[in-house]
Design a protein around this ligand. Structure first.
Ligand SMILES: Nc1nc2c(ncn2[C@@H]2O[C@H](COP(=O)(O)OP(=O)(O)O)[C@@H](O)[C@H]2O)c(=O)[nH]1
Ligand SMILES: [Mg+2]
Length: 310
């Protein structure tokens, strides 16, 4: 089937075509860019929820429950897991569908996990492409699960419409670590594992941290959840929708989307430049001159970057 035919079927809501188009794009198979260009008018329709936080806090379990709630409400939902340890990933590799039972068999839910190989901009570029395809396929919501560490992951979360930060009691050091950067990009907090001791204390700690800043346009809520039983999940979804409503007023969502497009363009260019640099380095390896300084050698190489070849 031609890439353009795959694009057409994806736009018509064909799940298999959607899956094949994502694979074609990941592998950069012949014609994938034509297909991406064809679906692009519908690439921005889905509402993207980034789910981040420390390992083990319950992101996957909560993502599963949020997806199920949305799907039960008649919405089409995509789940993109960017975490090699994710049960979504494991589920697709090992066929272990026990824990992710709630949504893996749901016809309204499309699950995809992303490999973490590739260049610097590679992961965020590949994720942006997958989100565009899932949106064209007709997902109303896409949940993107990433571990809250690493620049690529942070870049990805930055392009989400709403970012949910999942914490859990007993991750004291992680709160400190996450406070440093990712905390600022969270729109909604969940303190998961509320069935365990210390959840209320963690909730208070996060709230106290948020109180330090007085000039909130949208002050994040801090919701207690028990992902395993689903307690608090409806409320959490309500918090996410409240943030969505907030963005819908005064063109804030449009601004976010414009930022997302800029990041995507930057990732595409960076990825192609990176590859060109690697090609040049491979050429260089064959003729390393021990006597020359790296400055003049890189100047020489920069002159060799043929922009029409990237
Ligand atoms: N007690 C308790 N355990 C939970 C809860 N949510 C998830 N877990 C467990 O915590 C572990 C990590 O969950 P997972 O969703 O994989 O976390 P992730 O690494 O953040 O994606 C698993 O064993 C879950 O069953 C919860 O609300 N309460
Ligand atoms: Mg996970």
């Amino acid at each position: 089937m031609s890439p353009l035919e795959l694009a057409r079927l994806t736009l018509a809501g064909d799940k298999r075509a959607c899956s094949r188009l994502i694979s074609l794009t990941e592998n950069e198979g012949t014609g994938y860019l034509d297909a991406l260009k064809a679906i692009y008018p519908c690439a921005d329709k889905a509402y993207v929820i980034g789910v981040t936080g420390p390992p083990g806090s319950g992101k996957s379990t909560l993502t599963d429950k949020l997806a199920k709630t949305l799907a039960d409400g008649g919405k089409r939902v995509g789940i993109v897991a960017i975490d090699p340890t994710s049960p979504f990933t494991k589920g697709s590799i090992l066929g272990d569908r026990i824990r992710m039972g709630a949504v893996s068999a749901d016809k309204n839910v499309f699950i995809r996990s992303m490999g973490t190989r590739g260049s610097l901009g590679g992961l965020s570029k590949a994720t942006a492409n997958t989100l565009a395809i899932l949106s064209a396929y007709g997902c109303d919501y896409i949940l993107v699960e990433t571990v809250g560490v690493g620049q690529s992951e942070i870049d990805i979360v930055r392009t989400a419409d709403t970012t949910l930060m999942v914490m859990a009691p007993g991750l004291g050091d992680d709160i400190q670590a996450i406070k440093a950067g990712v905390m600022e990009i969270a729109d909604v907090f969940a303190v998961n594992k509320a069935d365990k001791d210390g959840a209320k204390k963690t909730q208070l700690e996060i709230s106290a941290m948020l109180d330090f800043r007085m000039d909130w346009d949208f002050k994040p809520t801090v919701r207690l959840t028990v992902a395993e039983t689903g307690d608090g999940v409806d409320g959490l979804l309500g918090d996410i929708m409240a943030h969505r409503d907030y963005l819908s007023n005064g063109g804030k969502l449009e601004k976010k989307r414009a930022y997302k497009r800029m990041s995507h363009i930057r990732d595409i260019i960076r990825d192609r430049l990176d590859r060109r640099v690697e090609e040049l380095m491979a050429d260089l390896a064959a003729c390393t001159d021990a006597g020359r300084d790296p400055y003049s050698m890189s100047e020489e190489l920069i002159r060799k970057i043929d922009l029409t070849r990237i």
